[in-house]
Every structure is written in structure tokens, then in C-alpha cells.
Design a protein around this ligand. Structure first.
Ligand SMILES: [Zn+2]
Length: 248
């Protein structure tokens, strides 16, 4: 009976060891695949779009596979050391699964809470990187939100105002050459009062006046510019709780 259990644990260790290596290798391959795809995007706008749409998704996917690999690897280590009964095997497996959840939770929290800020900085680096006139090599200047409207059609301005798209206009002041770059809509981004680019992002909101049944309330949204760190706030109405509302 004892020999049978020993054989069983040996088998168990072999199988978990193989699958842990497969999973860890796969998580590495997912990251390499992502980096290779990223390398094919030479243009800063395409790179920006690709990173903002896919980087966190790929990292999360690799994180899940890595967590599975790490859980199995931990299980291999634990079971490989003095596992003489089924109860010990069960307990060690529970400990590995619990540790796996913890690892997954840490990776997920990092990607959801801390990583977006770092990503934003990298994306801004791409967006504000110096552009040059492809014909003369002359430096282009990025126009502010006030200046750029002169170079955009009404349709583009409307799309920008409805937050569907964001346009950057780069101008060569010597030759008049202009480069218009399109970014997917930056929802909730406001124009920064300081640097005048559409880079102010909401980070918190407070209710400054509670709405009543018939009267509007108000809330203040706080924004921080991801380009120059300027802080600003803007007040928005909150509709009355019932029916018709009297503006206050
Ligand atoms: Zn700013």
C-alpha cells in the first residue's frame, strides 16, 4: 500500500513538474510574441495605438499562465519533500493553490493599479516625441488645442470634442508642412489649462452639492495632466432626483 502511494507521488511530481515548465515557457513565449509584434510597429502613432490597446491584455494573459506555472512548480517542490500520506499531499496542494491565488492577485493588482500610470508615461513619450518633416528633416512643432483648430476640418473638431478621436497637429513653420496624427478617443480627457494639450485625466470626484428631489446638485471632478502634472478641477451638474429639474 505504501509503495503504491510512493509511486503515485512520484508520478504526481513528474506530471506537475512537466506542466509547470510548459506553463512558464508559454508565459515567456506570450511576452516574446507581444514584443515581436510591437517591433513591427515603426510609426509612433501605430505603436501608441498598439500599446494602449494590447499591452495590458497580453501582460494579464501571460500573468495568468505564469501563475499556473508557478503554482505547479511550488507544488512540485512541496510534494517532493517528505510527502508520506494523502492528507499531507492534500494539504501541500491546498497551500500551493492558495499561494497561486496570492501570486495571481498581486500580478493582477499591479497591472490594474500601478502599471497604467507607467504605461501612460511611455505612451506620452511616444506621443510627444519630436517629429520631423520627412522632406527637409526640419523639426515640427506640436500645436496646442487652441492653435490646432485652424488646421482641422469642422468634422474632425466635432469628433475631437465628442471624445471619439484625438488629433495632434504637427507643423513645420518654415514650409507650412503639416502632419495630422489620429489617436483613439481619450474618454474623460480634458484640455490642460497649463500646457493646453488634451491630456488632463480625471483622478477623483467629490459631490459638492447633493441634489434634492427637484433641484440639481453639483460635483467637482479633479484632473491631473499626464503631460505637465498640472492639477485642475471642473464642476458638473448632478440631475435632480425626480422628474423635472429647476437649474439652481
Ligand atoms: Zn498639462
Amino acid at each position: 500500500m505504501k509503495e503504491e502511494f510512493e509511486l503515485f507521488t512520484e508520478n504526481w511530481i513528474e506530471v506537475t513538474a512537466i506542466w509547470s515548465k510548459i506553463a512558464l515557457a508559454c508565459s515567456g513565449l506570450i511576452l516574446i510574441f507581444y514584443l515581436l509584434l510591437l517591433l513591427t510597429k515603426r510609426n509612433p502613432v501605430k505603436k501608441h495605438q498598439f500599446i494602449s490597446s494590447f499591452e495590458i491584455k497580453y501582460l494579464s494573459f501571460a500573468g495568468v499562465i505564469f501563475t499556473i506555472g508557478a503554482t505547479l512548480y511550488l507544488n512540485t517542490l512541496l510534494v517532493g519533500f517528505y510527502t508520506k500520506s494523502e492528507i499531507i499531499l492534500t494539504m501541500k496542494t491546498m497551500v500551493s493553490i492558495f499561494s497561486g491565488f496570492l501570486i495571481g492577485y498581486i500580478i493582477n493588482t499591479y497591472l490594474k493599479v500601478l502599471y497604467p500610470t507607467q504605461l501612460e508615461k511611455r505612451l506620452n513619450g511616444l506621443r510627444f516625441k519630436q517629429r520631423y518633416n520627412p522632406n527637409t528633416g526640419h523639426e515640427l512643432r506640436l500645436l496646442t488645442e487652441d492653435e490646432e483648430d485652424e488646421y482641422l476640418t469642422e468634422e474632425l473638431i466635432n469628433l475631437e470634442n465628442s471624445s471619439e478621436y484625438e488629433y495632434d497637429v504637427w507643423l513645420d513653420e518654415e514650409s507650412g508642412f503639416k502632419l495630422i496624427e489620429t489617436y483613439a478617443g481619450k474618454l474623460h480627457m480634458l484640455i490642460c489649462d497649463n500646457c493646453n494639450y488634451r491630456t488632463a485625466k480625471e483622478y477623483k470626484q467629490d459631490v459638492s452639492k447633493e441634489p434634492t428631489d427637484t433641484k440639481q446638485g453639483a460635483m467637482i471632478k479633479h484632473y491631473k495632466c499626464s503631460h505637465c502634472d498640472h492639477l485642475q478641477r471642473k464642476e458638473y451638474p448632478i440631475p435632480a432626483l425626480f422628474g423635472y429639474s429647476k437649474p439652481t
